[in-house]
Design a protein around this ligand. Structure first.
Ligand SMILES: [Zn+2]
Length: 131
């Protein structure tokens, strides 16, 4: 099993133990009583990088006055990242998917233009001075 996180205190549980070393809870891996986190359960979207249009699904762990502590991957439940509140948005799967697919299309288009430009560059002949 991949690394999992205690749902109570966010201590990483790896390898899987019978009780959490952080809070002492008995670990229940499956079923209704399950108290581990084995994948990020996003409840917001965060914008981390200035100048980028990348939105990341994240889980809010703690709310401060101006900043939030959030996790975008399992590792970050124990070591959350700090995000300004004003760059955090309500989770919206439709908008996230639309932006992600447009970002992918843009990347593919840029690659195609790079290749087209390159194909012209390859036809350039070396300059030969007249003798
Ligand atoms: Zn725990």
């Amino acid at each position: 099993m991949e690394e999992v996180i205690c749902a109570n205190c966010y201590t990483p549980l790896s390898p899987v133990l019978s009780a959490c070393p952080g809070c002492g809870d008995n670990i229940i891996i499956t079923g209704e009583q399950k108290n581990i986190i084995d994948r990020v359960q996003p409840n917001c979207l965060i914008h981390r990088y200035d100048g980028s249009d990348l939105l990341e699904p994240a889980f809010i762990i703690k709310e401060g006055k101006t900043n939030l502590k959030a996790a975008t991957k399992l590792k970050e439940y124990a070591k959350p990242i700090t995000v300004p509140k004003q760059k955090t948005y309500a989770f919206d799967q439709n908008i996230l998917s639309a932006i992600q697919s447009l970002r992918n299309e843009r990347t593919a288009s840029i690659r195609r233009y790079d290749q087209l430009i390159q194909s012209h560059w390859q036809q350039l002949k070396p300059y030969k001075p007249k003798t």
